[in-house]
Design a protein. Structure first.
Length: 219
């Protein structure tokens, strides 16, 4: 076994975790407990100097950053067709993935870890409250992308089968529950996420990571 995926339960590492399962890859999943500071250990920082997950190792090679890892897994398991091969389809995939990673994901970071941006407690609460509103709009936009894909005859955001964009959508909607956003506020997206969760490979990862599909608790 040469592949190892270092992941944190419920983090964006869920996406490559599901890809490896879908590909039928032989790999070792290594859980990193963020709440215990395992991402700050000298051993982990030697691989991931920023202390982030996911990290994928293939033998002696270390790959960080989710976009790079997704591209690597796609190239290593081409038969899984995670990313469309035609130029326009590939561009649309990257377009959506980049938006998820550079816009939706950081917006949640402002909600979940406002202390990264200021040490002023009042400002932290303001940052958190402002970004909850932004995150609601982004989830609605994600629902719109799903509707657009269905209108184009696609059953999945990633194309003809469940893939990384669908796994990322599940992660982002799940995070919405942490922010106090009811998944039923975006019913089509919520229905899609529940369908993604039923895909056998995804279900195995959900079980391994011990995840609840929704973390929303009514006030």
């Amino acid at each position: 076994m040469t592949l190892k995926l270092y992941y944190a339960s419920g983090a964006c590492s869920f996406v490559p975790h599901t890809m490896l399962e879908m590909a039928g890859a032989t790999f070792e999943p290594v859980a990193i407990k963020l709440h215990k500071g395992e991402h700050k250990s000298p051993e982990y920082l030697a691989m991931s100097p920023r202390g982030q997950v996911p990290v994928l190792t293939d033998g002696e090679q270390v790959i960080t950053q989710i976009v790079a890892i997704i591209a690597y897994i796609d190239a290593k398991f081409p038969e899984s067709a995670f990313i469309p091969k035609d130029p326009l389809g590939r561009a649309r995939f990257v377009e959506t993935l980049a938006w998820m990673n550079n816009t939706v994901h950081p917006t949640f970071t402002h909600i979940f870890m406002p202390g990264k941006f200021t040490d002023d407690e009042a400002a932290q609460q303001a940052i958190k409250g402002h970004n909850v509103g932004l995150y609601r709009k982004l989830l609605a936009e994600l629902q719109g992308l799903l509707a657009k894909a269905k209108a184009a005859g696609q059953d999945w955001l990633s194309g003809v089968h469940c893939g990384p964009l669908d796994a990322y959508a599940l992660t982002l909607l799940r995070w919405g529950g942490i922010a106090g956003i009811n998944p039923e506020d975006t019913p089509e997206l919520w229905a899609h996420v529940q369908r993604v969760a039923q895909v056998p490979a995804v279900a195995r990862v959900i079980e391994r990571e011990k995840l609840q599909l929704t973390l929303y608790k009514p006030a």
